[in-house]
Design a protein. Structure first.
Length: 110
């Protein structure tokens, strides 16, 4: 398995499952994610702020929920549904922490 944005990030395994496990372990051990990537959390709320930015040629959305601390981010290439969200929408977000305190990566948004 090779990360297409960071070619140095590589994992191998005898099966797809073992390769995925090795890759997730690599991400955790190198501070790319701060917890086990398989154990995410869920938060629901109303979108107070949503902003897009282009980072290294990829569009990323940043979302702040009303009354909830933290900033949630997701790349459009990882979750196209984010482009349908607007201020005032009620959403349910599954996320994992990042290496930056108070910033979370969205794994699912509904």
């Amino acid at each position: 398995m090779v990360n297409i944005e960071k070619y140095q990030t590589v994992a191998i395994g005898e099966t797809v499952e073992s390769c995925e496990k090795t890759y997730k372990s690599y991400l955790k051990s190198n501070g790319i994610v701060s917890t086990d990537i398989t154990t995410g959390e869920t938060v629901s709320g109303t979108i107070e702020f949503i902003k897009d930015a282009v980072i290294d040629g990829n569009t990323c959305y940043f979302i702040k929920l009303s009354g909830i601390e933290g900033l949630y981010s997701v790349y459009v290439k990882d979750n196209i549904d984010v482009i349908t969200k607007n201020i005032g929408d009620t959403v349910s977000i599954e996320y994992v922490p990042t290496e930056k305190e108070g910033v979370y990566t969205i794994t699912s948004i509904k």
